[in-house]
Design a binder for this molecule. Structure first.
Ligand code: PLP
Length: 468
């Protein structure tokens, strides 16, 4: 493709994306495709000769779009939002255009230095403890997901707990134990498995049935029992804004226990953490001064296209010590000078995209005030929805809803709730997902798309009542 052809096709793609956003509301929120539909709509074999780009775009419309669930739709209320925004899309496009691979400072200094700066900016916007900034002992890095972040934190925690030997001698004995509340995300168990600890060395601590937050006294008992049996309590994952209900573990108390016992504390605030851009919501990150690592996802609720997990450590030297392996072919004078960051040492893969560009574009385009307005809008709409649910005695709101997620259900058995969710999602007009709260099947209304307005909330509620 010549640059002239790129200009023409590029404009067509930008137009396609802008048109897509304009007609989004006319599309069914959740794809109604059956398994195999998308593949069946496409040629079974690759073309022998190249095609024009307009043919590709036509297939995006006719073959792919029916198989796309529209995460940016204003009536997408499933899981948590995965906010996209035009500034982030443009930042991502610039990153693709540059095609730079920022594994080392030397392979593209701007990729590294912009990432360091942007994550310091984000830390300032969220009022994170200074120890997480690059101007302190720690620093931030963009991981693809919170799942990668917790895995990296676990490897660093094992490194520290083993006195730096686990990387060379392997796990062996004593056993290393990880703790999290039962409301923690499943990524914790996955990290424990990938790290080779095994699920048997993960302790899931029960939660208070009303607040869904981890019971610290049970955590303490569990830690003491493990110490008594000769195991090494290695990491606690505290959740600040759980996936099921946005429950908050008592991070401060958990942190004090971790500090007393020398346990690594990772705080997972994948969804809720970005709410701290609003000064009155800084409580979401209470207790963070005790954490060794922390992660929040601008790709969920801060207008930055997937993937963008902001991961912070308090002691960058410890993290690098755990992950750095320097083969001859990566040696260079900048690395050897010790004056630069090489982000390859802060993550699982070697290679890395220039992801800071999209977050930087978002922070610059919206500014703190624009970001705050976005967060506040999601919360106001969710609170409006909760108030509507409270007007109908057939329904109950089943957990605290301090932010933009409301968990609710039809009173009584699970089955009518299961049926209600199926009917809602089959309508194509809304998309919600479910969880279980204290064992009961519960619907989740997760608000947060920048396109969602009061009318979408009220229309969703009208539909819910009609189909219930
Ligand atoms: N932690 C929490 C609280 C989440 O809600 C989620 C996803 O919804 C995750 C972790 C996993 O996020 P990721 O897809 O970035 O790994």
């Amino acid at each position: 493709m010549s640059s002239e052809e790129f200009r023409t096709n590029g404009r067509a793609v930008i137009d396609w994306i802008a048109d897509y956003y304009e007609r989004l509301e006319t599309l069914p929120v959740r794809s109604q495709a059956a398994p195999g539909d998308v593949r069946a709509a496409l040629p079974a074999h690759p073309p022998q000769t190249g095609e024009v780009f307009s043919a590709i775009l036509r297939d995006v419309d006719y073959a792919l779009l029916p198989g796309v669930t529209h995460w940016q739709h204003p009536s997408f209320f499933a899981y948590f939002p995965a906010n996209a925004s035009f500034p982030a899309i443009l930042g991502d496009l610039l990153s693709s255009g540059l095609g730079a691979q920022g594994m080392l400072w030397a392979t593209s200094p701007a990729a590294t230095e912009l990432e360091t700066l942007t994550l310091d900016w984000l830390a300032e916007l969220l009022d994170l403890p200074h120890r997480f900034m690059s101007t302190g002992q720690g620093g931030g890095v963009i991981q693809d997901t919170a799942s990668s972040g917790v895995l990296v934190a676990l490897v660093a925690a094992l490194h520290r707990a083993s006195g730096g030997t686990v990387g060379s001698t392997g796990l062996g004995s004593p056993r290393h134990i990880v703790y999290a509340g039962t409301a923690a995300h499943s990524m914790v168990e996955k990290a424990v498995r990938i790290a080779g600890l095994g699920t048997a060395n993960l302790r899931l601590i029960d939660v208070d049935p009303t607040t869904q937050s981890m019971r610290v006294e049970h955590l303490r008992e569990s830690v003491n029992a493990d110490i008594g049996s000769g195991a090494v309590p290695t990491m606690v994952v505290a959740t600040a804004g759980s996936t099921s209900t946005t429950a908050f573990d008592p991070v401060g108390e958990v942190g004090e226990l971790c500090r007393e016992s020398g346990i690594w504390l990772h705080v997972d605030s994948a969804y809720a953490g970005v709410a701290a851009v609003c000064p009155d919501l800084r409580w979401v990150n209470d207790g963070l001064e005790h954490a060794d690592s922390y992660a929040t996802n601008p790709h969920k609720w801060l207008l930055t296209n997937f993937d963008c997990d902001a991961f912070y450590v308090a002691d960058r030297a410890g993290l690098v010590g755990a992950l750095s392996v320097l083969p001859e072919f990566l040696r260079n004078t900048a690395t050897e000078s010790g004056a630069v960051i090489d982000y390859r040492d802060w993550q699982v893969p070697l290679g890395r995209r220039f992801r800071a560009l999209k977050l930087w574009c978002v922070l610059r385009w919206y500014g703190a005030e624009g970001l705050r307005a976005h967060i506040r809008q999601g919360i106001e709409l969710a609170q409006h929805f909760a108030a509507l649910v409270a007007t109908d005695g057939r329904f109950e709101v089943v957990a605290p809803h301090p932010l933009s997620l409301v968990c609710f259900r039809l009173r009584g058995d699970d089955e009518p709730n299961v049926e209600l969710l199926e009917k809602l999602n089959a309508s194509g007009k809304v998309y919600l997902t479910h969880t279980r709260v204290n064992g009961e099947y519960t619907l989740r209304m997760a608000v947060g798309s920048p396109a969602t307005q009061t009318r979408h909330i009220e229309e969703a509620w009208r539909l819910i009542r009609e189909l219930a």
